[in-house]
Unconditional design. Structure first.
Length: 144
């Protein structure tokens, strides 16, 4: 599948995979100078890119495991969504879960993009739903 991408600045980095079989394509911070994040702070970080996600798909913006486990930095919205009809700049809201300041460096890999299928559905209101073995049992009901 081809995904059209536009660099919005000279320093923007086209996403790449860390390995041939990696699911995600790394998104990099397109910032001019290091960005200091205070503990508990949320900031929007520009990637310098606009992406034309194909119709029937969406771009999922996920955490990079190394960044979240080593620095305590993750996407503030946990998983971001780039809709197929969005053509604006891709921004990644990051949150510092650490108890100390963290620094995002220019060009640092800050998240990963995975292009996923998205089903268009129509919701049908009803007064009854079909029965299942689980039924209305929620949180923790299927075991540990």
């Amino acid at each position: 599948m081809r995904v059209r991408i536009k660099k919005l600045s000279e320093t923007a980095v086209i996403p790449t995979r860390g390995s041939r079989q990696a699911a995600g394509y790394d998104l990099c911070a397109d910032i001019r100078e290091p960005l200091v994040m205070r503990p508990g702070e949320s900031v929007k970080v520009d990637t310098g890119l606009a992406i034309a996600v194909p119709d029937g798909y969406f771009g999922g913006v996920f955490a990079r495991s190394g960044l979240s486990t080593k620095k305590g930095i993750r996407p503030a919205n946990c998983v971001g969504v780039i809709d197929a009809d969005y053509r604006g700049p891709v921004m990644v809201p990051l949150f510092n879960d650490a108890s100390v300041e963290r620094v995002i460096e220019p060009g640092e890999r800050i998240a990963q993009l995975i292009v996923l299928p998205c089903a268009a559905v129509e919701f049908e209101e009803t007064t009854e739903l079909d029965d299942t073995e689980r039924g209305e049992n929620g949180f923790g009901s299927t075991g540990v």
